[in-house]
Design a protein around this ligand. Structure first.
Ligand code: FES
Length: 109
């Protein structure tokens, strides 16, 4: 896995999880997203669900998730460019500046 975490911008909660292996798509840097108004740094090129896993590996890993768009347990309310929408976090890539306003209770961190 190619990753870069040397710049110290990893969110404190994500630091240990970032060392966890090959569940993430390769990334060179972290991007900032907000979750309920709080900023987090997560790996670029990864789905929102993987980014949530980056922040809370254990908790997300224990949730009942299909990872293929079927169960709907991973829904999040996302705001981008001033527009709010519901998205399946397993199918939607996180983007820098993305704001997540709400998270399905099944994966709520
Ligand atoms: S994990 Fe089941 S729909 Fe996303």
């Amino acid at each position: 896995m190619s990753s870069s975490k040397q710049d110290g911008v990893v969110a404190a909660k994500g630091r240990d999880n970032a060392e966890d292996p090959d569940i993430f798509r390769p990334f060179e840097r972290l991007i900032e997203i907000t979750i309920r108004g709080k900023a987090y740094n997560v790996p670029e090129n990864n789905t929102i669900l993987r980014c949530l896993q980056f922040l809370e590996l254990q908790r997300i890993s224990e949730a009942e998730l299909c990872w293929n768009g079927t169960c709907q347990n991973c829904t999040v309310r996302v705001v981008e460019n001033g527009r709010s929408r519901t998205a399946m976090s397993c199918r939607t890539d996180a983007k820098a500046g993305m704001a997540i306003e709400d998270i399905n209770p099944a994966i709520d961190i």
